[in-house]
Design a protein around this ligand. Sequence first.
Ligand SMILES: [Zn+2]
Length: 237
Amino acid sequence: MEEQLRTLAKMQVLDDKIGQYRALQQELPKQLNEILEQVEIATANLLTTETARAELGKKLRAIEMDIKSNQEQAKKYATQLTDIKNNKEYKALNSEISFLHDKIGDLESTELELMEEDNAFKAQIEEDKKALAKAEQLKREKEGDLRAQIDAIEGKIEETRAARNELAINLPKSVIKHYGNMIKTRNNKAVAYNREGSCDACGFNIRPQIKIELQLRRKMITCESCGRILMEHFEEL
Ligand SMILES: [Zn+2]
């Protein structure tokens, strides 16, 4: 009987390992997606900033042209001014010129604001490029390894399961069946241990008589509450 219990304990170790592989099977693709997503996000951010800067560039060029045409107009009026003899016309043209100068002044201050915005965009683009380079480097460093790990997991699970089944060959059918049921229905734990007088899986108190039987290892004992195969820890498996 002691050998059967030992075999069950070894099987549980392998099932724990399978459980860890299953958890990795969930976790690793998430890590991979996260890394790929970071590159996509960084690429999109850079594109957004570059597009915004290009839009701003269009506005800036339009304002520059506007300033230029107003300046030319003002210059033209200034030349005309020298030919005017009539005082009334002179005043009218003069106020037209000062109106143009005000307009040019307004345009120039808008131009300055836009140039400041453009500088901010330029700095932002540098930041975005750095973030993208960082995301891409992480991808280069991790993607291959993660994909290889993901691809290898199923094989490792199969290997571990085969080793567990190999151990099970030596056990009575009814014991194998109970073990299998517990693995399936009890969160991958078929074997539980006496921990300070309680089942370490469900916490149920172990009766004194059963504690003695656990020490003796002469029969298969299951937890009265969770049904798992209960045993004392082995010094060494
Ligand atoms: Zn229990």
